[in-house]
Design a protein around this ligand. Structure first.
Ligand SMILES: Cc1cc2nc3c(=O)[nH]c(=O)nc-3n(C[C@H](O)[C@H](O)[C@H](O)COP(=O)(O)O)c2cc1C
Length: 367
């Protein structure tokens, strides 16, 4: 059993409470969240828009606000400075920074995180990204380790230094392959006990091992809402327990395409994907990921673009409030601890979620 997991629970940390299904928002620092459509009422990478969404999530008692970490292709607010600002004007949720390892030195990341911990009264958390898009790896050039495996080895040193800075009362030296620090000290108190929580979405074998060895929460990307999720969750937990003696939480992300009724949701899907979908921009996103047609067969390529437009995810919760509540219950039944949500019309969706879905999931004991 991981000491840290027990310490989080013993300290009453709200991310580790007994609430059966924790909730968060995803990508509310980004133009459109995760969708690629010209539909009106989308979230924007602007302070008024993102602040309104954060206040709605705060009022609904969400546990987490997790930003997209992106340096190309989409307008996004930078995630540490954004989390710091939200920390000052929210009461409840954990404010995550989605941080690319190569983008900043661990001593700076630890200090920035501890500053957000101070501003928020212990509500900071770190989401580690090791480098997903080749364009971003190239952007950080010399500070990014060469291969995919190297980047996770670099991340292991990075996070080890950060954890020690957050917990060590004394200055320390660290000599690794990627980082050498001398007399490292935070010179700032951290409120969260035992330290701010850490998340990672590694899915490759090396990424998975990194996530369960070093992080408190892993973030999985299932291919749909089905029994395979239960197997995936069990697999991460087993790896964490058997190989590293650790307990972890497992979260996922779902795009919510909803309406006041099931029919409204169907009509809205057609409108925002078929009529308002930005197919040219979706093709651009596909090219960034090296997906083109040919070689992909045209029908498959069209489905791929449609998925990008609709929120780029395997997990979609679609329907009226009853269907959304049922979908969340299924995700919980597969053993997930938490779900991050995003809506095409973020503010309308959050308001409807609080009014119609929350009471339903409270009634069935998820919250
Ligand atoms: C739900 C989810 C959210 C992610 N968010 C980001 C992000 O904001 N920025 C980013 O560069 N990568 C993001 N990633 C990519 C992961 O950090 C990771 O690189 C990816 O899942 C591939 O795993 P691997 O590195 O083990 O191959 C996300 C992945 C998932 C599954």
């Amino acid at each position: 059993m991981s000491d840290d997991f027990d310490l989080f629970r013993a300290s009453g940390h709200k991310l580790f409470s007994d609430r059966k299904l924790k909730l968060g928002t995803f990508c509310s620092n980004s133009d459109g969240g995760f969708i690629v459509s010209k539909v009106e009422g989308q979230i924007a990478a602007s302070w008024p828009s993102t602040l309104d969404a954060a206040k709605l999530a705060d009022a609904a008692g969400f546990e987490a606000i997790v930003p997209l970490g992106r340096w190309y292709g989409r307008h996004t607010l930078e995630s540490y400075t954004w989390a710091a600002a939200l920390a000052a004007v929210t009461e409840n949720p954990l404010l995550f920074s989605t941080s690319h390892v190569a983008s900043l030195h661990p001593v700076v990341a630890a200090k920035q995180g501890a500053t957000i911990d101070q501003i928020s009264g212990g509500r900071f958390a770190l989401n580690i990204v090791c480098g997903w898009m080749q364009s971003e790896i190239d952007l950080f050039g010399a500070s990014a380790a060469g291969t995919h495996v190297d980047r996770y080895a670099q991340a292991a040193e990075w996070v080890t230094i950060i954890k020690r800075l957050w917990t060590s009362p004394d200055p320390f030296d660290f000599t690794g392959e990627y980082y050498q620090v001398k007399g490292a000290a935070l010179n700032l108190n951290v409120t969260a006990r035992p330290r701010p929580p850490i998340m990672n979405a590694g899915v490759s074998e090396v990424g998975k091992r990194f996530a369960v060895a070093h992080c408190d929460m892993v973030f999985i990307a299932p291919k749909g809402i089905n029994e395979e999720i239960a197997a995936q969750v069990a697999d991460y937990r087993r790896l964490a327990r058997e190989e590293f003696g650790r307990e972890i939480q497992v979260w996922t992300y779902a795009s919510v395409i909803d309406g006041e009724t099931e029919q409204d949701a169907d009509d809205f899907y057609h409108y925002f994907v078929e009529e308002k979908g930005d197919w040219a921009q979706a093709e651009h996103h596909a090219r960034v990921r090296n997906v083109t047609s040919p070689p992909m067969p045209p029908e498959e390529y069209r489905r791929y673009l449609e998925k990008l437009i609709a929120g780029d995810t395997g997990c979609t919760l679609m329907g009226g409030p009853d269907q959304i509540a049922e979908g969340l219950a299924r995700l919980s039944s597969y053993g997930l601890d938490g779900v991050l949500l995003a809506w095409p019309q973020y503010h309308v969706g959050l308001e409807r979620f609080q009014r119609l879905v929350l009471p339903r999931i409270e009634r069935i004991g998820l919250r």
